[in-house]
Write a protein that binds this ligand. Sequence first.
Ligand SMILES: Nc1ncnc2c1ncn2[C@@H]1O[C@H](COP(=O)(O)OP(=O)(O)OP(=O)(O)O)[C@@H](O)[C@H]1O
Ligand SMILES: [Mg+2]
Length: 404
Amino acid sequence: MNVLMFSPGFPAEMPYFTRGLARVGARVLGLGDQPVEMLPEAARESLSDYLRVRNLFDEGAVVEEVKQWAERVAIDRVECLWEPGMILAARLREALGLPGMTVEETVPFRDKERMKQVLDDAGIRTPRHRRAATAEEVREGVASVGFPVCVKPIAGAGSADTYRVDGEDELEQVLDRITHVPEVSVEEFIEGEEYTFDTICSGGRVHYHNVAWYRPRPLIGRTEEWISPQTISLRTVEAPQVAPGVEMGHAVLEALGFRTGFTHMEWFLKDGEAVFGEIGARPPGARSVDIMNYASDIDVYTGWAEAVCHGRFSQTVERKYNAAVIFKRAQGEGRIRRIDGLETLLHELGDAVVDVDLLPIGAQRRNWRATLISDGYLIVRHRDLESAMAMADKVGTDLQLYAG
Ligand SMILES: Nc1ncnc2c1ncn2[C@@H]1O[C@H](COP(=O)(O)OP(=O)(O)OP(=O)(O)O)[C@@H](O)[C@H]1O
Ligand SMILES: [Mg+2]
């Protein structure tokens, strides 16, 4: 099977999915804007061919170039696991007459209002919501939804331009800050914990699922720099607490007619009830796939590839650990000067630490608002959730990076 892989080199997880395709026997045809020699090793060694385009987001031009390419190389599937490329991938499938998600099927995964309308019609609990393109429409939306509200872009990512608004004065301030956003969703603000429900499916069947817990809620973690945000892939996905979200997750996939590939849904737990957050037809970013792997000692990258190429998921999923990734943000600006507490932590936590990926001394620290990875991360795992949480919190408090 010849699989066109959209952007095999970026974001960070794509090379591993690309390698997964090669490992299950596919001939992988890369489509990207990076020079082939700049692709990460895992991607480069897995590709049988590569089409480099000048601008991956000039949709018309890319469709034309791929059509010409397809006259020379046979393409059986088009896969894209990167949010901004989803619609283009669907257009490519339509242009080449290939199976997989169409543009019409993809739109409800991209447009957060369309998404919630489809789910409302299926009787799924979403936050009350309104679409708004002008300041006046936002005010009208707020009037109908009621404070507190969450104002966020229709096609947002990474909590960018997302605000909680509690009253009229704050609303006017937020309106001034979002003038560059063409369209927003005005939603009922849901108080509660936030979880994910992630799946790998084929032919409408869920082969593998994962439930992760965000600590704290992403909007808070992305607002306060001192926080070391955590995501924990839960070992006990059958726990009564998360059961309403798992049930909702299956209903959402059904309502959206999802059949094959990766999905990443976010949901809220409010007073024991699940409330829908959002869903993407792609894996989560920010090392969430790695914690799925560490939780069960499996290879989800290859598992996804097997599901899309062969319609099965043959790895046995024995959930052994709660696996947590903890993102660290340096104090100060400029270059990383010092890392405190790492040796002691590694000594204390021992085998529970399965990955350490921090910026080295001398590296320029990252803009914490623009990256989910921040200045690096640790991954820890433990069979017992309380212990995993305690370890993750210890990484939050005892490990410090200093820049200057
Ligand atoms: N209706 C809501 N009530 C409460 N909090 C919300 C609501 N909508 C969004 N949020 C908060 O804002 C965050 C970002 O919103 P959302 O997930 O819809 O956008 P995103 O930018 O696509 O997110 P991601 O960071 O997953 O890419 C959520 O994780 C949640 O913390
Ligand atoms: Mg989100």
